[in-house]
Design a protein around this ligand. Structure first.
Ligand SMILES: [Zn+2]
Length: 575
């Protein structure tokens, strides 16, 4: 870390961010009118520190969940409807059927489908209300709906039911997305009530899901601060996070909003030291619109992002109590060693990360932007085990996540200060790098490991060697490129064009199935998704194997073509 960045970190204070955390801890921020009012709290604090802010006001399509309950002959159970459940104020009644599902203990598998496949069969669940363990995540709800279930009750792991969102559509739907909009009521119950309802299902009992929802277009405030760089103002790092939350959402995500507020204040005061620009955005519509705010921004500013954004950095759930570790941190391979260095320089801690999930305002994968951070620091596994905590998607591992317990006590002022410094150093380091600090050799290594495991599963049924050859060729071109950058025979300008440009090719091929400028569904995406069918060939009989191989042939063409494009780009500057 440069001396200059170290000095800027000394300007970080927790006075302004903690004030916002405290204010937000009294403000529920999920109903659109409350969300817009809370934007004013961010904007007025920026103004008080003379930081110029633009408030965009997109119309977002949102689903606002008000209340839910489950009625049976024996009584009524408290429930929470996820956003995008269907509105069913008079209740939908049907026979219950239990589909067992595993509850995961790890964030790495939190979003995976985990329900029993045979028990999910249409002949078993059609016309019935499915009751199943876990959260009301879309992969699950979509499969039950497609197999004919008329409602879904999610049995959450603990004593509290969690809010969430059950649509697989990423952001505001377009015409192609609309057929995937959920058409059934969904509700989450806590574990004790869930067990009672599962017992009822086992006896062939009936239940009614009652939900009160409101859905439509909502004008939503989206504050953006642009801190211009001195040398290349058009190039920018995007730092972003959501400011709407479930209830008062302190750990998820008032602490993140406060982090970005302090970074805006400090960077604006130090703007004479920035080489590239830093753009900071606070999103509405994250919770009730499946990242509708960030997705709208990705659409509305797609060409600017495509031509000028050098990295996107998501800020969710920093500064939570007991979050002493940097573990399961989201980073794309090319950013890994850079992010590890920053975390070590600022905190003295080693860190461990993972491939970013298809979640958390990562609305920029289809455009193709190098990305790091989603959730932030987290508590140790031993502490979670000691407390009997299950895996959650935020709040540093605190199970107050997405419940009314996500209050002021979930935030920790000292941890917040540390995390603000980590984010600030990481963002400023990219903005000021002479040569962008991303190493695509790590990505080609990742690709080779992916192809290796895919080939092992495919056996002799499909040959991935053309993909392996294309990766190997790209890897050798990258060796020559990084050597030429190091010895100065490639100019810094040309190097930066290539390093940022490769993201437009290699991020989409590794993280998306859809084309650029669309948005993949909010469902897990395997590495090199066009080739992932190679891992599933055991599931095909002789008759249908040909369809899978056809899929793979087309997928391989996409991968090889992308890798060759990437290589041509690299070779063109190395000469
Ligand atoms: Zn969040």
């Amino acid at each position: 870390m440069s001396e200059q960045i170290r000095r800027v970190l000394d300007d970080v204070s927790t006075v302004l961010p903690w004030e916002l955390v405290e204010v937000f801890s009294t403000m529920p921020r999920w109903e659109p009118k409350d969300v817009n009012r809370s934007a004013d709290e961010i904007v007025s604090r920026l103004a008080a520190h003379d930081v110029p802010v633009t408030v965009l006001e997109p119309e977002l399509y949102l689903s606002i969940p008000f209340s839910a309950e489950i009625r049976t002959a024996d009584g009524t159970f408290r429930a929470k409807p996820p956003a995008y459940s269907v509105n069913m104020p008079d209740g939908l009644e049907a026979e219950l059927v239990h589909v067992p599902a595993k509850i995961t203990n790890s964030i790495s598998t939190l979003f995976d489908k985990n329900q029993d496949k045979a028990a999910s069969a249409p002949e078993r669940i059609a016309g019935k209300i499915v009751i199943s363990e876990g959260f009301s995540f879309p992969g699950k709800v979509l499969e039950f709906e497609r197999n004919g279930a008329v409602g879904v009750i999610a049995v959450n792991p603990g004593v509290d039911a969690h809010w969430g969102i059950c649509t697989s559509i990423w952001g505001t739907p377009d015409l192609d997305d609309l057929p995937r909009k959920p058409t059934i009521p969904v509700a989450a119950v806590n574990n004790p009530d869930g067990k009672t309802l599962i017992a009822l299902a086992e006896q062939g009992g009936r239940a009614a899901i009652v939900t009160k929802m409101e859905e439509g277009w909502y004008r939503s405030k989206l504050p953006v601060v642009d801190i211009p760089g001195q040398e290349q103002p058009e190039k920018f790092v995007l730092l972003h996070g959501h400011y709407d939350s479930w209830d008062v959402g302190v750990g998820d995500n008032a602490t993140g909003d406060a982090t970005m507020l302090e970074i805006a204040r400090v960077l604006w005061a130090n703007r004479d030291k920035l080489k590239r620009s830093v753009r900071i955005a606070w999103w509405p519509g994250h919770s009730t619109g499946r990242y509708a705010g960030s997705t709208w921004f990705a659409d509305a500013f797609a060409i600017d992002l495509d031509e000028n954004c050098v990295a996107q950095v998501n800020c969710d759930s920093p500064g939570c109590r007991w979050a002493t570790l940097f573990k399961d941190i989201s980073w794309m391979s090319e950013t890994e060693s850079y992010v590890q260095d920053v975390i070590r320089d600022v905190t003295g801690l080693d860190s461990q990360g993972e491939r970013p999930h298809r979640a958390g305002d990562y609305a920029f994968n289809n455009i193709g932007i190098s990305s790091f951070f989603m959730l932030s620091s987290t508590m140790p596994d031993e502490l979670r085990a000691e407390k009997g905590y299950y895996a959650v998607g935020g709040c540093g591992g605190n199970i107050a996540w997405h419940t009314e317990n996500d209050t002021l006590e979930i935030a920790d002022r000292e941890i917040l200060e540390r995390d603000i410094k980590v984010y600030l150093a990481a963002v400023m380091g990219v903005a000021n790098a002479e040569v962008l600090p991303f190493d695509w050799r790590a990505t080609t290594e990742e690709f080779l490991a992916t192809l290796d495991s895919y080939q092992a599963k495919a056996g002799d049924r499909f040959d991935l060697s053309p993909s392996v050859a294309a990766v190997t060729e790209l890897a050798s071109s990258l060796e020559a490129f990084y050597a030429a950058v190091a010895d100065g025979s490639v100019s810094k300008e040309a190097a930066n064009e290539v390093i940022a440009g490769l993201a437009r090719i290699l991020v989409p091929v590794n993280f998306t199935r859809e084309t650029r400028f669309r948005h993949d569904p909010a469902l897990p995406v395997p590495p090199l998704p066009a080739l992932a069918t190679a891992t599933e060939l055991d599931g095909f009989d002789e008759q249908s194997l040909g369809f899978a191989k056809t899929q793979l042939m087309r997928g391989q063409n996409r991968v090889v073509s992308a890798l060759r494009d990437a290589r041509r780009w690299v070779d063109a500057v190395v000469g």
